[in-house]
Design a binder for this molecule. Structure first.
Ligand SMILES: [Zn+2]
Length: 185
């Protein structure tokens, strides 16, 4: 019984430590998101962490012009160029739930863990389950943590939707992501 309690205490301490680290790294991703916001881009920031070191950083660019320049894609590319063999030990932090393109890239890269802040009921794909996906991805499905510093990310998206000059986003009051951010709750 003593050993069981001891092990449970260690697991619980590790979880707390992991949570503390998640907050620190998400703050870093939020910094990138703020830089994107200053450039009138969707405030998506992403970082990739391996063994306590940041090995990839990205932020959304060309909102309204490119459908590919997503923060996660940029951060993943840098991280995998650094060390693709240890991708399963990497964690990707992003301020918005990854879209289907980024989620596909995450699966292909075999990143072990995803942590995101704000859910995206418009384009988010992180709720896909392994059985929705090709067999290739069943064995190595990432661990997903949701809602870390969600309100901080939501506040940035609120500012973006209230101030952006991008026509697509300022004409979309019925868009589920816009509603998530602009509705008081
Ligand atoms: Zn994406």
């Amino acid at each position: 019984m003593f050993w069981l309690n001891h092990i449970m205490r260690i697991v619980s301490m590790r979880r707390k430590h992991m949570h503390f680290q998640d907050i620190t790294y998400m703050q870093h991703a939020l910094q990138e998101a703020r830089r994107a916001l200053q450039e009138d881009e969707l405030p998506v920031g992403a970082i990739v962490v391996l063994n306590g070191a940041v090995c990839g950083v990205g932020r959304r660019s060309h909102t309204g012009h490119s459908r590919f320049d997503h923060a996660e894609m940029i951060a993943l590319r840098i991280a995998l160029e650094t060390d693709y063999k240890n991708a399963h030990d990497m964690t990707l932090y992003t301020t918005l739930e990854p879209c289907i393109m980024c989620f596909g890239a995450i699966l292909n890269s075999r990143i072990g863990r995803i942590v995101y802040a704000l859910e995206d009921p418009y384009g988010g794909a992180a709720s896909l389950k392994p059985h929705h996906l090709p067999v290739r991805h069943h064995a190595q499905f990432p661990v997903i943590e949701r809602g870390v510093l969600r309100e901080n990310a939501r506040a940035l998206f609120q500012i973006f939707f209230q101030t952006t000059k991008h026509k697509f986003w300022n004409n979309h009051s019925e868009n589920p992501l816009v509603r998530t951010c602009l509705t008081d709750r």
